[in-house]
Ligand binder design. Structure first.
Ligand SMILES: [Zn+2]
Length: 325
């Protein structure tokens, strides 16, 4: 099996954005160290809107420094054989710095909240913000907050940007809130498929390929354990990022009393699920496993669990790869 370990490289979008140091730079450095130790590549879906927005504040020394440190890290990631892919959170269009803090406005959280011609310009200018740093175009895409529907306007923008691979969909995924809107309940349960106008529909002659995030069904007991671990041992289980999530409270409570659809992930205590998900994916005979995580959500526990998981997976004959060479 080919295993892809991917990270959405970004700040938080809740009340507090957190700092570039704690949410991005420090945890990504630790991830790079793990990758170097095992000689494996990871994939970083870089929030290009954040980079683009930072360039607007180049006259503010603190933001200029953040931009430069991120640019240096991205170049190091490329030199280390990691893949830099395009991740788009368009709410950066409406977010500003006030009193030395990001005032994140998620009223227009997804590309579907913008007009079609705006979508094209956002995708192209954000992609350019990455190319300006790495000197290389991105070949893979992941929608911010999984919001890739409707795909029509995004399709045009990706084609114009030479991007033909997406990794947003996860089997049975569904969320409808003020900010989020996605419905993957009709997506196929496959390791990869071609598509054209809808990433959930297989179309053999499609211009795109979907490499979905590997699904996981999580029992309520897991969330009770997560909650207790965070309370009893925050030094080990609390994520390293210093911001706050954009939360949907109703959805969180549901996790405690019924099994819920999630995906392979090494954020915080979710890293404890990596081995069981790998074993189940092996049994299903799938050719790939895609893990989706965030540097900001890694905890001391999850760095160790990821390290161990790589050893475990290699011993079972699996290998680690970028999505596109
Ligand atoms: Zn994101």
């Amino acid at each position: 099996m080919q295993i892809h370990v991917s990270f959405d490289y970004e700040l938080f979008f809740g009340r507090a954005s957190g700092t570039a140091e704690k949410c991005i730079l420090e945890p990504s450095q630790r991830l790079m160290d793990i990758a170097t130790k095992h000689k494996v590549p990871f994939i970083f879906f870089v929030d290009a809107g954040y980079l683009h927005r930072l360039t607007h504040y180049a006259h503010v020394p603190a933001y200029k420094a953040d931009y430069e440190r991120i640019a240096t890290q991205l170049r190091r990631l490329v030199a280390g054989g990691h893949e830099i892919a395009l991740h788009i959170h368009p709410h950066w269009e409406d977010s500003v710095v006030e009193d030395g803090q990001w005032r994140v406005d998620t009223t227009r959280y997804k590309l579907a909240d913008f007009r079609e011609e705006e979508v094209l310009s956002i995708v192209s200018k954000y992609h350019q913000a990455i190319k300006d740093i790495t000197g290389k175009p991105c070949l893979s895409y992941r929608a911010g907050g999984w919001c890739i529907q409707p795909f029509g306007p995004i399709k045009k923008a990706l084609l114009q940007n030479g991007i033909h691979t997406d990794s947003t969909v996860y089997y049975h995924g569904y969320h409808a809130s003020a900010a989020h809107a996605y419905d993957f309940r009709n997506a196929p349960d496959l390791a990869e498929w071609p598509f054209e106008d809808d990433p959930c529909v297989v179309q053999k002659t499609g211009s795109f390929r979907e490499i979905p995030v590997t699904p996981d069904t999580i029992p309520p007991m897991f969330y009770w354990k997560l909650y207790l671990n965070m309370r009893s041992n925050p030094a080990v289980y609390r994520p390293v990022g210093d911001g706050s999530w954009l939360v949907d409270r109703k959805r969180i409570y549901k996790h405690f009393y019924t099994s819920t659809d999630h995906f392979a992930c090494c954020d915080g205590f979710f890293a404890s699920r990596l081995k069981p998900v790998l074993k189940r994916t092996e049994k299903e005979g799938k050719a790939r496993m895609m893990i989706l995580s965030h540097p900001k959500s890694m905890a001391p526990y999850s760095f160790c669990a990821l390290d161990e998981f790589i050893t475990f997976a290699k011993a079972r004959g699996h290998s680690f790869h970028t999505i596109t060479p």
